[in-house]
Write a protein that binds this ligand. Structure first.
Ligand code: HEM
Length: 258
């Protein structure tokens, strides 16, 4: 039990290192929330990129999330629930990451001089993760809020109008770069930290993981850029009919039989 002096001075608490399980718990929670967000982003990129196949396919995926094929009508609020869950994990992950940011100019200088001294690629990658993570605080928030409040405005035309006519594409471009770098490095660091997929030779394992990391980042960046270009093109072509919703030909109401 802590005495009042412990609590007031805070000294006694810090003078007993190794007693608290919280740093380890927070580390685990940060790893798990990061893993969940990384896996979510892979799924997200595949769903969003269905526009590269066809408008009908992207429409079908959107409607599936709205429960259309299950209830025979759309409930966009179902998407809001998913967004709410992801946003909660995102906030938790960001909160836990705050502990890792340099908290003063002095800490920042210590880190940069160590980085210069070590010249180790993984130390530089860690810094890229800190910078992109900081950017994500600001870049992801408007997107998540938009998706939370207007889930019904997702679709081949709704999304393309937002990207082009509502000028969201610059935000998406920077968000895409930040999230792919951040997620790729994050998943690589998770594998190194917890010893996943390393094999018997740790050095060779790390090399393999790094190759896989860059390959995945390059793949998702190219996929993301092509997807963004597709929404921009559709949005540009649809610029005079902003607000109109896409409906596949096979869903149009049938002409009454004569
Ligand atoms: C459940 C939560 C989410 C939903 C439902 C969602 C949905 C969407 C949709 C429908 C688009 C297409 C553009 C549009 O309609 O405006 C999009 C694009 C995008 N989203 Fe999300 N999103 C979610 C979470 C996130 C998160 C957490 C991030 C990153 C931190 C993110 C990053 C992006 C990026 C970078 C694009 C542009 C895609 C590209 O250029 O290929 N999204 N999202």
């Amino acid at each position: 039990m802590h005495t009042p002096t412990d609590v007031i001075a805070g000294v006694g608490l810090r003078a007993r290192p190794g007693k608290s399980h919280w740093p380890a718990r927070m580390d685990l929670a940060q790893s798990l929330s990061g893993l969940l967000l990384g896996l979510f982003m892979w799924g997200h990129m595949f769903f969003v990129s269905t526009i590269l196949v066809s408008k009908d396919f992207m429409w079908s995926v959107t409607k599936a999330f709205e429960g259309y094929f299950f209830f025979d009508r759309s409930y966009p609020v179902l998407v809001s629930f998913v967004v709410g869950g992801i946003a909660a994990v995102f906030v938790l992950h960001a909160f836990l990451a705050l502990r890792k940011f340099p908290a003063s100019y002095r800490q920042y200088r210590t880190f940069t001089s160590h980085r210069a001294l070590l010249k180790h690629e993984d130390t530089t990658l860690w810094w890229v993760q800190v910078v992109t993570g900081f950017a994500l605080f600001f870049l992801a928030a408007p997107h998540l809020f938009q998706m939370l409040m207007h889930p019904g405005a997702i679709g081949p035309y709704g999304s393309a109008d937002r990207v082009w006519s509502a000028s969201w594409w610059p935000l998406y471009l920077v968000l895409l770069l930040a999230v792919e770098l951040h997620g790729g490095i994050g998943l690589y660091r998770l594998a190194v930290k917890w010893g996943w997929l390393q094999g018997a030779d740790a050095e060779a394992g790390r090399k393999r993981l790094k190759t896989a990391k860059w390959a995945l980042t390059a793949f998702f960046l190219v996929l993301g850029l092509l997807t963004l270009a597709a929404y921009m093109k559709i949005g540009y072509e649809h610029r005079d009919r902003v607000g109109e919703r896409y409906t596949p030909a096979w869903v149009q109401p049938q002409e009454p039989a004569k």
